[in-house]
Design a protein around this ligand. Structure first.
Ligand SMILES: Cc1cc2nc3c(=O)[nH]c(=O)nc-3n(C[C@H](O)[C@H](O)[C@H](O)COP(=O)(O)OP(=O)(O)OC[C@H]3O[C@@H](n4cnc5c(N)ncnc54)[C@H](O)[C@@H]3O)c2cc1C
Length: 239
């Protein structure tokens, strides 16, 4: 709780509870463990830290949500966590404006030092329709939505008599052959193929899982030979 009437200590405000924000907070907690004249606040939309490298495993039902989220209040003991939306950063006046809670209660927080670790947003490269129709893969909500959408498609396809409609429902396209795209398509492919035997009207031959990549070989970060090997493995699994 920030008491505006109390003389305040030197204040560090960290914006964002992802990798950057949380590790900055953990580091500062250690560094300032014996310093009482400094207070640290961390502002984030969610009250948990999300381990994104395992996000695709939520979408594919390989892991439970609790395996990849960690409560910020448990991770950070000296840092005070403020759950809310950062709306404005007023650099000249060293102040941030946040809104919190169901009623969007707005609050101004003065700071002496500011760490901005608000992450990034998905770039849809202005491709028409993509932002409206595609499921991004960035937040926990996205992964849960993707899993629900895959299952909804299987349910619909199972009673769909029109073969063109059914083909459309059973075609899954993942855009981007980098790490996140490859992990997602592999997990999605396994998930759907494992689920198929439970749908009496569906068969492997009806399924189409596609990975779209702009370059000649996927996983450019790993070099051509590993990229080609991964392509071969994915192809062997039906992607
Ligand atoms: C599916 C997926 C898989 C990945 N796999 C890997 C991997 O295997 N290895 C690897 O090194 N990297 C991986 N990454 C990349 C890695 O997750 C990012 O590089 C890293 O999360 C960036 O950290 P960050 O702190 O800058 O941003 P983020 O982790 O995105 O954190 C930003 C934080 O700010 C909060 N926030 C944003 N806007 C506001 C606002 N207005 N108000 C309040 N809070 C806000 C968010 O809720 C979040 O808590 C992966 C990413 C994804 C999406």
């Amino acid at each position: 709780m920030i008491d505006p009437d109390k003389p305040r200590k030197k204040r560090i405000v960290i914006l964002g509870g992802g990798f950057g924000g949380v590790y900055a907070a953990i580091h500062l907690e250690k560094l300032l463990a014996r310093v009482d004249a400094v207070e640290i606040f961390l502002v984030s939309q969610d009250n948990f830290f999300l381990f994104t490298p395992m996000l695709h495993e939520i979408a594919a039902s390989d892991l439970e949500i609790t395996n990849i989220v960690n409560p910020l209040r448990k991770l950070l003991r000296k840092v005070e966590v403020l759950v809310g939306e950062v709306n404005e950063i007023d650099l000249p006046n060293k102040r941030v404006l946040i809104s919190r809670g169901y009623r969007n209660h707005s609050q101004e927080i003065d700071y002496d030092h500011l760490v901005i670790a608000l992450g990034s947003t998905t770039n849809f490269y202005d491709i028409p329709g993509l932002a409206d129709l595609a499921v991004p893969m960035k937040s926990l909500r996205d992964a849960i939505q993707l899993r629900a959408q895959i299952l909804r498609h299987l349910e619909e396809a199972n009673f769909e008599c029109n073969s063109a409609e059914r083909q459309s429902l059973l075609t899954f396209v993942v855009a981007g052959g980098g790490f996140a795209g490859v992990e997602t398509v592999a997990a999605l492919n396994d998930f759907v193929r494992d689920a198929l035997p439970f749908y009496p009207n569906l068969g492997e031959g009806m399924l189409r899982v596609v990975l779209v990549h702009s370059g000649p070989v996927i996983l450019p970060e790993l070099g051509e030979s590993l990229g080609r090997h991964t392509q071969k493995v994915l192809k062997g699994r039906g992607v």
